[in-house]
Design a protein around this ligand. Structure first.
Ligand code: GDP
Ligand code: ZN
Length: 324
């Protein structure tokens, strides 16, 4: 029988088996891993994750194509190609295991709402730091603006000021009025997008608004009900009718947090990282050192007190370094 081989993207990770599709073509076919597959250019063996570009081969009958590959004779993944980025989730148990949950993400959309539920900036900042560490581009999506733009316009302005001055892109959406949805849909086109957000911010509503055929609430996309002990690797990618792909990430906790040495944290606050060459000391923790450009920028308002306070919180929480 003829052997078909090529490169494809992992669009579903069900633990022991996978679905691959030769993106941008959406023709998922089943695949398996045989033994341990090495990540090219790395000495580590890595489990395959959604978003991975892999090499595969499969035997098909004469005249048949990838669309005819079935679960009884799946393709075999022979190699994981180098990842441009990936997000790791740490297990909550004590085994200290971590899993790659998604890779090669073109854009992570962090969905938040200023109110209902009330936003926690330090939490958002931790997520942003995590994305920086992983090298994943991020856009903040401020949803439910219909609920608070009139009544709390100044908070909305503050939010834009804080995050845009730090270097982040902020989009506004309202699923209720439809505002910003077309822009978001357009933004997702031709991209592998990770959508994440704390429960209640409207992530499911946004996904459905972007493409009504994707309905997380009826279980076609959400895998949160499967979030048991053994299902941390169950991630799936969905095609958006107008182009692009969505990976639905169940809750921001899915991001886990990287182990960062306190001295490294400021590298992942873009506004501080930009200023650090101007600090008198190197490295500088931007706390007690004289001639610190970050502290100066804090006084002049160029660095926001909210972001700085999140930074201090991260330093303290990690325990190895205490702010005087
Ligand atoms: P998820 O937990 O993040 O997936 O949130 P859901 O999509 O389930 O939305 C939570 C609640 O917020 C639901 O009652 C939605 O109808 C509501 N909601 C979502 N987006 C908006 C919005 O833009 N404006 C308003 N007013 N309500 C919204
Ligand atoms: Zn400094």
């Amino acid at each position: 029988m003829p052997i078909l081989s090529g490169e494809a993207t992992v669009v579903k990770n069900a633990g022991s088996h996978f679905l691959l599709s030769p993106l941008p073509q959406w023709t998922p076919f089943p695949a398996l891993l045989k033994g341990k597959v090495r990540l090219k250019g790395s000495t580590l063996t890595n489990p395959v994750s959604v978003g991975d570009h892999v090499l595969f081969s499969v035997e098909v009958e004469e005249g048949m194509g990838l669309g005819d590959v079935d679960v009884l004779s799946p393709a075999v993944i022979s190699e994981i190609l180098p990842r441009k980025n990936y997000i790791i989730r740490k297990s909550t148990n004590l085994s200290r295991q971590s899993h790659v949950i998604a890779s090669n993400i073109d854009m992570a959309y962090i969905i938040v709402s200023l109110f209902f539920p009330q936003i926690k900036l330090p939490f958002l900042d931790r997520i942003l730091v995590t994305c920086e560490v992983y090298g994943v581009p991020v856009t903040i999506v401020l949803n439910k603006v219909d609920l608070y733009r009139e009544e709390a316009g100044e908070y909305l302005e503050d939010f834009h000021r804080i995050y845009e001055s730090a270097g982040y892109r902020v989009m506004e959406t309202s699923v209720l009025t439809g505002e910003g949805i077309a822009a978001l849909r357009e933004d997702c086109r031709d991209r592998v997008c990770l959508l994440s957000g704390e429960s209640g911010v409207g992530k499911s509503s946004i996904i459905k608004a972007i493409d009504p055929s994707l309905d997380p609430k009826v279980g076609e996309i959400s895998i949160s009900h499967l979030q048991g002990r053994h299902t941390t690797s169950l991630y799936e990618m969905y095609p958006i009718a107008t182009g692009g792909y969505i990976i639905d990430s169940p809750g921001l906790r899915g991001f886990g947090l990287v182990d960062l040495d306190p001295s490294e944290i400021a590298l992942y606050f873009p506004e501080m990282f930009r200023l650090s060459p101007k600090c008198r000391f190197s490295p500088c923790t931007h706390t007690h050192e004289p001639g610190c450009a970050v502290k100066e920028a804090l006084e002049s308002g160029e660095v926001s007190p909210e972001r700085y306070s999140s930074y201090l919180g991260m330093l303290e929480k990690d325990g190895k370094f205490r702010v005087k």
